[in-house]
Design a protein around this ligand. Structure first.
Ligand SMILES: [Zn+2]
Length: 117
């Protein structure tokens, strides 16, 4: 640990980007002060399956670009999971209908548009 270059901890944990002292790219701390968890740390672990801890010896910051991608990916992941649940519900609904098995596509669109977002 003592042999690490002084700026090792300024490198983005996710993409390894580094810029010098005059760089305007803001690095965001993965962990809030006094907290073991933060929204960023939870998104990294949940979406990327990378374990991060305030006690590990790796950089504790991410660049703005990675934070943005992580946010978009998190939103996409949540949308995908909601869609999956709605599709499963739709199949259950369709299977529960008696009589002709034709289900209105308009109903499907209505459900989709009203519940996803
Ligand atoms: Zn980055």
């Amino acid at each position: 640990m003592c042999n690490l270059p002084p700026k090792f901890h300024s490198v983005c944990r996710l993409c390894l980007s580094f810029c010098g002292d005059n760089c305007s790219d803001v690095k965001l701390p993965i962990f809030d002060r006094d907290k073991d968890k933060s929204r960023l740390s939870e998104m990294i672990m949940a979406n990327l399956s990378i374990m991060v801890s305030p006690e590990d010896l790796l950089p504790q910051v991410v660049c703005g670009g990675c934070a943005h991608k992580l946010d978009e990916f998190h939103t996409f992941r949540e949308l995908s999971h909601k869609s999956e649940r709605l599709l499963e519900q739709f199949v259950q609904y369709a299977n529960s209908l008696s009589g002709p098995k034709e289900v209105s596509y308009q109903y499907y669109l209505f459900v989709y548009k009203s519940k996803v977002k």
